[in-house]
Ligand binder design. Structure first.
Ligand code: NAP
Length: 266
């Protein structure tokens, strides 16, 4: 006689913002590979990402094109996540504006704040109560090693990433014992379209060797699923975190600012 087996519990759906390219796409791939259904959220290019992720995967991958720099975009993303019962959230979409603060436009600077900061607070504020009610949930916030030091010529971006790091750690502590974990990832320079989009290809960091988005994603998703507090994936990221810790505050700006200054071709 064959025993009736309980159906195996499948990993729940995961919503990944900024998953049309780069680190977000790689994290969506990593989650799909591990059996999660994935909701790919970005402003553009979602269909192609969904096609790429669906190939050779059993996971159900769906896409949503919204501008997360707007409140309505965030609300649409949350509505989709609720429809599909998502309990894993990767808050990764982010942009940078590079250059002297004297010359950047206010509109560009505020868009960094709207996407990198406001959309994460808004999205978390909407989904955290749902997760706490069900007693289970995982949130991954993409910060950056740029969070560890001030960054002349990349001031608003670095401050936005410092905000995210502090926010994620605080939220994690507030949610201790609820079954909901919050993990922060601090990638170092990673090979993605980010530097071209921020017009940083001629800076020292734009020209520097970069980590692979796959490596970053694999380690970030491991940390997310283990409910760890923070991960700095790869040697370069770990070295930057240690350097920030060792340098006195006035030296941090000068050291970190070098990365964002124009750099000679190697
Ligand atoms: N690359 C690095 O060296 C590095 C290092 C540390 C941290 N990070 C962080 O990693 C995250 C991902 O960046 P990435 O390097 O993978 O660059 P990327 O390939 O340019 O990814 C950015 C993602 O955000 C999406 N996005 C941008 N504006 C959006 C908006 N208004 N609404 C919805 N989605 C939007 C982009 O899609 P669309 O533009 O098509 O909408 C894309 O999917 C960012 O938060 C970045 O700050 C990157």
């Amino acid at each position: 006689m064959t025993e009736d087996k309980e159906p195996a519990e499948l990993p729940e759906a995961a919503l990944v913002t900024g998953a049309s390219s780069g680190i977000g796409f790689a994290m969506a791939h990593e989650l799909a590979r591990r059996g999660h259904d994935v909701i790919v959220v970005a402003e553009r290019g979602v269909d192609e990402a969904v096609r790429g992720l669906s190939e050779h995967m059993d996971a159900r991958v769906t896409g949503l094109e919204v501008d997360l720099a707007t409140p309505s975009g965030v609300e649409e993303a949350v509505a989709r996540a609720r429809d599909l019962g998502a309990r894993t959230f990767v808050l990764n979409a982010g942009i940078g504006v590079h250059g002297p603060f004297l010359h950047t436009t206010l509109q560009d600077e505020l868009r960094v704040v709207d996407l990198n900061v406001r959309s994460v607070v808004h999205l978390a504020h909407l989904v955290v109560p749902d997760l706490v009610r069900t007693g289970t949930g995982r949130i991954l916030v993409t910060s950056s090693i740029a969070a560890t030091m001030p960054a002349p010529l990349f001031a608003t971006y670095a401050a936005s990433k410092a905000f995210l790091r502090s926010f994620a750690w605080s939220l994690r502590d507030e949610l201790a014992g609820t079954g909901v974990t919050v993990t922060t990832v601090l990638p170092a320079a990673t090979r993605t379209p980010f530097f071209r989009a921020a017009e940083m290809e001629r800076t020292h960091i734009g020209r520097a060797p970069k980590a692979s988005p796959r490596m970053v994603a694999r380690r970030a998703v491991d940390a997310l699923l283990d409910g760890r507090a923070e991960i700095a994936p790869g040697l370069q990221a770990k070295a930057m975190v240690a350097t920030a810790w060792l340098l006195p505050q006035p030296a941090r700006s000068a050291f970190h600012g070098w990365f964002y200054a124009p750099g000679a071709r190697r």
